[in-house]
Design a binder for this molecule. Structure first.
Ligand code: GDD
Ligand code: GTP
Length: 421
């Protein structure tokens, strides 16, 4: 029997995802019509014998309750949310809830970072994990030399490229172009490594008060405290994939992930891309339209567009490379490009909302999507996708370019490279 753990962090994480994470926890943000971590759940459902998924994070349980119920009802396997009272790190939560993970004596369990998107090759990874009898197998992919510094870097053995001999988390100088994808498969022996770190920490910190860096004494980082040690044991293996994979740290990355999830639908579940009866408009490339959306037949959508529930699109509307969230309205003859339209927002007639894509450099093999900071060194906004937060209204005939608008704003003038707080 197998299980899976999805790590979703908490409200203090996902800051770069604002303002989209202000009204919805980032792990539930819809990409290609499904909450980000539903893609993880669907990948797990393809694994035979995987019969429980535990979502671990520090969001208030009430924020995840209806999602968890909906997932359990739709997929018929046990899916539970386990709440950390404070952030315990990528291994601290797993160690804290070890009894729940061990229950039923699974042979192994997947650990998946909630903020990655991929065409997850879980069965292949499982096959290799069984062959190598590793304590932990990490999924890895190639990155450029420069980008590798932002990820966990893995050095495989020269004799057996499956064995990890060295691991450094976000090194300051180059270590390896093979990077950690934030997806692991662990046997139950991993808990002994966590127990050693936990016990050593508690000896140092007998008072059980917050330790020096303000973190809970039960805080354990999987990457820094466990993977580095594991690489010295010969029981740490790497599964390399060339499948599409990306982190989702910024709203721009959500547009990029949307495009790739839609492409995965095209190859595996093309029925998801069929427009509902009410969506008989012109469609270019891969477009997901929720069945409850109402779309004028003269609208043109695509490529790479996701339209959420109860969205209304007027006559002549044009949308490309964008996500339109639930209950929003794009009125007649308006255009939306490289943008995210928040829930319940209204774009007036003949308006234009446009952002700048920041895709990986197509000329560099293995380049990943960059996550540039909001502002450049001169204090100016870096060009990025445009975002309307929840319930924003953009008046008719206005242009909004490379701008980010926080929730509940009424915009009556044109905006270029601005943040509206
Ligand atoms: N439950 C829980 N508790 N989850 C957490 C916590 C915590 O205290 N802290 C982080 N997470 C979750 C995040 O929500 C995310 O899904 C994942 O754990 C990793 O988040 P970060 O700690 O922010 O790490 P990172 O994304 O910068 O880097 C990690 O992922 C990269 C791949 O995306 C590392 O594993 C890197 O080595 C790796 O390359
Ligand atoms: P390519 O990028 O080469 O595909 O150029 P294109 O000229 O086909 O333009 P694009 O794909 O951006 O636009 C496709 C459709 O949207 C065309 O029918 C345009 O007339 C229409 N369109 C372009 N700009 C606007 C606009 O501001 N408002 C509206 N309503 N439609 C627009």
């Amino acid at each position: 029997m197998l299980k899976a753990v999805i790590l979703i962090g908490g409200p203090s994480k996902g800051t770069r995802f604002r303002p989209l994470s202000l009204d919805i926890p980032k792990p539930l943000f819809p990409i290609a019509g499904l909450p980000m971590i539903e893609h993880h759940i669907k990948a797990c459902l393809n694994i035979k014998n995987l019969n429980e998924i535990l979502i671990i994070g520090s969001y208030n349980a009430s924020e995840l309750q209806s999602f968890v119920k909906e997932m359990t009802d739709s997929y018929g396997i046990s899916i539970r949310y386990l709440q950390e009272l404070t952030a315990l790190g990528t291994a601290g939560g797993i160690y804290h809830f070890r009894a729940e993970i061990r229950a039923g004596d699974p042979d192994a369990f997947f650990i998946m970072n909630g903020d990655v998107c991929a065409n997850f090759p879980l069965s292949e990874m499982l096959e290799m994990h069984i062959k190598t009898s590793a304590v932990l197998t990490v999924m890895a992919t190639e990155a450029t030399r420069q980008q590798s510094l932002n990820y966990g870097c893995i050095v495989p053995s020269k004799e057996d490229c499956r064995q990890v001999v060295h691991y450094v988390e976000k090194p300051s100088t180059f270590v390896s172009t093979l990077i950690n994808c934030g997806v692991y498969l662990a046997s139950l022996d991993i808990f002994q490594f966590m127990a050693d770190v936990f016990d050593a920490r508690h000896k140092q910190d007998k008072s059980m008060l917050m330790n020096g860096n303000g973190k809970d004494p039960a805080y354990i980082s999987l990457e820094q405290d466990i993977l580095t040690r594991l690489s010295e044991t010969g029981k740490f293996c790497v599964f390399q994939t060339s499948n599409w994979w990306s982190q989702v740290k910024t709203p721009g990355a959500a547009i990029y992930a949307n495009r790739h999830h839609l492409a995965v639908y095209r190859s595996k579940e093309s029925e998801r891309l069929l427009p509902p009866v009410s969506g008989q408009c012109q469609i270019i490339g891969n477009v997901f339209i929720d069945a409850s959306a109402v779309i004028h037949p003269t609208a043109t959508l695509g490529p790479n567009v996701s339209i959420g529930p109860n969205v209304r699109l007027g006559a002549g509307v044009r949308i490309r490379e964008s996500i339109v969230l639930a209950n929003s309205q794009i009125q007649s003859h308006s255009m939306v490009l490289h943008s995210i339209i928040g829930r319940g927002s209204v774009v007036g007639e003949w308006a234009r909302v446009e952002g700048t894509p920041c895709d990986p450099d197509p000329d560099k093999p293995f380049a990943k999507k960059e996550n540039p900071p909001l502002f450049n060194v001169n204090g100016k906004l870096n060009p990025s996708i445009s975002i309307l937060g929840e319930s924003v209204t953009l008046a008719a005939e206005r242009i909004l370019l490379n701008s980010i608008v926080l929730p509940y704003k009424q915009l009556t003038r044109d905006l270029r490279n601005e943040i509206i707080l």
